[in-house]
Design a protein around this ligand. Structure first.
Ligand SMILES: NC(=O)c1ccc[n+]([C@@H]2O[C@H](COP(=O)([O-])OP(=O)(O)OC[C@H]3O[C@@H](n4cnc5c(N)ncnc54)[C@H](OP(=O)(O)O)[C@@H]3O)[C@@H](O)[C@H]2O)c1
Length: 307
């Protein structure tokens, strides 16, 4: 079958031919309608999570049809198969029903990115009217996080990232009330200028120096939820920066399938009633390498690939 294949460490996925998947006990064959790549797929290909079984098909999630014709969302495929292919095999627990009125792109965006935004925001227990800052706001997780923060009761919602045009789209679409451009000089001063008396909750998709600055711009009692490391794997803080604050490292992708599925179903309800919007960029399988490069260069959208 046709698939996008990673053949060696730290190289992009490229179109090729791969063996047909044969489902084993507890697994189902999926006819893929759309698969996606995200930052975690690139980290995996680069060996961040350990050795990979090269050659393999990347793509940790997608939308497809079962042999019965039923359209479903699917998560982690059985290695070495993945979502960037005509077909894949997926454990039954990672296959979740989809309503007809959620399109493929939004369904995928509400999976890894959506649950990655919802769970930390729920666990931050946003109080009505609190101020929420999203670091990495122009990405898929950040765009959803801004909208969810408001649905969960936040008052002022501020988005921060580097790209000025992508930040401008957030305010133009009403996704964020205010934005902060990072990386232009003094991130702390820029974040404080929009912080009022201090951010109460930070959804941090990037960590590193911008997270240090953001923590210093929070109010006492703030909850800082860090879920990604796009801007660096470490922060250096004094106790004074942290006192009366909670800084929590959040993992969502590693949680049991039942917990992720329940979060996905809460998001589908928001997606249907509140029409959560996420920018989607679509490619064909023959454009897999282009899509991979786009993801590496910060696409400001959920990247999906249609076989
Ligand atoms: N732990 C988990 O279970 C889990 C689950 C889901 C996601 N995640 C992580 O969450 C993060 C966000 O995911 P995503 O899908 O939204 O990724 P994405 O679409 O690639 O977005 C990344 C965001 O970070 C910004 N950014 C990238 N590098 C930056 C830098 N050096 N300084 C400042 N901002 C930077 C980008 O915007 P600009 O280019 O405008 O700066 C963009 O807003 C990823 O790290 C992902 O691995 C973790």
């Amino acid at each position: 079958m046709r698939a996008a294949i990673v053949t060696e460490k730290a190289t992009p996925a490229r179109l090729g031919s791969f063996a047909e998947p044969q489902p084993g006990p507890g697994e189902r064959l999926i006819h893929v309608l759309a698969g996606s790549i995200g930052p975690t797929d690139l980290m995996r290909a680069n060996g961040f999570f350990g050795p990979m079984p090269y050659p393999y098909i990347p793509g940790g999630e997608g939308v497809g049809r079962l042999d019965s014709g039923e359209r479903v969302y699917f998560g982690h495929s059985v290695s070495p198969f993945g979502a960037l292919a005509e077909r894949t095999i997926v454990p039954q627990a990672e296959i979740w029903p989809l309503p007809d009125d959620i399109d493929d792109g939004l369904a995928i965006a509400l999976g890894i990115s959506g649950t990655g935004a919802l769970l930390p925001l729920e666990e931050a227990h946003i109080q009505p009217g609190e101020s929420v800052l999203v670091l990495g706001a122009t990405g898929a997780l950040g765009q959803i996080g801004l909208q969810l923060a408001r649905l969960l009761g936040a008052g002022r919602v501020t988005g921060a990232a580097r790209n000025a045009a992508a930040l401008a789209r957030l305010t133009a679409h009403g996704t964020a009330e205010a934005t902060v451009q990072l990386g232009t000089g003094d991130d702390l001063a820029a974040l404080k200028a929009e912080a009022g008396p201090g951010y109460n909750v930070v959804l941090d998709c990037i960590y590193g120096p911008p997270a240090e600055a953001a923590i210093r711009a929070t109010a006492p009692g703030a909850r800082i939820m860090s879920i990604g490391i796009q801007a660096g794997p470490t922060v250096t803080l004094s106790l004074r920066d942290l006192v009366f604050r909670s800084h929590i490292g959040v993992g969502t992708g590693q949680r049991p399938a039942a917990e992720r599925r329940a979060a996905f179903e809460r998001l589908l309800a928001y997606g249907q009633s509140e029409r959560i919007k996420v920018d989607i960029t679509s490619y064909g399988l023959n454009e897999a390498e282009t899509a991979w490069t786009a993801q590496a260069q910060s696409p400001h959208a959920k990247v999906i690939i249609r076989p």
